[in-house]
Design a protein around this ligand. Sequence first.
Ligand SMILES: [Zn+2]
Length: 520
Amino acid sequence: MRRVELLDTTLRDGAQGEGIDHSLSDKRKIALSLDRLGIPLIEGGNPAANPKDEAFFQEAKAAPFLMQARLVPFGSTCRAGVKPEADKGLAILLSTEQPVISIFGKADIRQVRDVLRVTPEENLRMIEDSVAFLCRSGRRVLFDAEHFFDGADDDRDYAFAALKAACRGGADVLVLCDTKGGTLPDDLRSRTAEVLAALPKCKVGIHCHDDMGLSVAGSLACIDAGAAMAQVTVAGVGERCGNTNLSTLLATLQLKLHYQVIPAENLPLLTSTAREILEVMNVTPNRRAPYVGYSAFAHKGGMHIDGVMKSPESFEHIPPESVGNRRRFLLSEQTGRAGVYTRLKRLIPEIQRDDPRVKQITERLKRREAQGYAYESADGSFDLLALETLGMRKAFFEVRDFHVLSGNSAEDNNAQAYIKIAVDGKEEINAAEGDGPVNALDKALRKALMVFYPKLANMHLRDFKVRVIDSGGTASVVRVLIESADGPHVWTTTGVSSNIIQACFLALVDSVAYYLTFVG
Ligand SMILES: [Zn+2]
């Protein structure tokens, strides 16, 4: 079985992505998750350039916390005119006491001339001396050849001379960087093959960027040509369009091409690891992410659902559980009876596929969808609708009246809501102020209901989405989705109306009713 070594650079190149900012404790959590997954190399940051990264490496030295992964410090070669022994940056890299060190140097003559502003020979000296110095200190050295592919297109001999300098210095891996992300996979592949032929003593690694949406394809091409290492980030975060996506590359290598990347028994941790790290980074997960997205195994078309229920491989390229994801059936017009049946089974386990109630609910669902409802994401409202259709929905409360007043100031508490409800014929009137009309209405409704159901204090609204679904001028129909939670329980409800407040109110009422029916 062929092996590929993955180096995750979420904590270094990933931190250069827009909107990404890891705190010290975030860095630790992310490294721990990657370690648990079985990623062997975690580039932890640039301790010579960034005090937070320096603190991170100091902490890791004082109290090592990883089970199997190596934490790799990243930095540059020594400065021009300075011997490596006298270079502060290299000293800081060594002071981390990590056994693997990554340094970058320039492989593009134009960058050497215009940006670094040193002679071509001095740049080669800096590379070779720095790598040799770190190797003499007993470190395994990864050499990142920045701008390698663009450099080789412009001046092949110089780009290769930079690699040869690192190789003479004793680098273990020559990491070829497509720094601008503009090289096509075929060109990446042929250059990789050329390097391997010219420098058979060194291993080759690949560092791609996703500026054409091809970084996974490019990395696979290089691995196919013989690259032994690929550099990745979680969810592909990183400079500009980002880096190569860890989950996509890893699952493809392991499941499709049968490479050994992480221990096979760890692969089912992939989805939870990706989501856990995105949560730490405060990045919204991409629903359509290959392998690990919420929609990666979500089936909607009626024929698809029917097909998957009979034989999952009819519409799934891999079993979702092999990467720790799960299959979902979405409810919609297209879903038809098969989808309704699979959902209903959770509410009424003994129900049979040909039960007339399945048909009854399917028809009700279709009528609702014609009005603008969509139950695809609103599992909570679907369950309530099903119970209601079957005459099984318990009436916990009745809303007799409500009003909302919205002010025009930008201040907090700029809206007031008034509500009258009844529980078992007993009326309760309440009012509340809120940050906007929905918030005021939510507070008033719950204040009134908590008189009867104090446990409602445990639930809260997590997310709120509004979508205009029919552009008929001011008569547009609005669909509202509300996500609510109580500890581990999360449910989504929906409301549709030409009046936005009414749509919100319907979704709020469902949210509370769902809690009282199924959770609290
Ligand atoms: Zn990069």
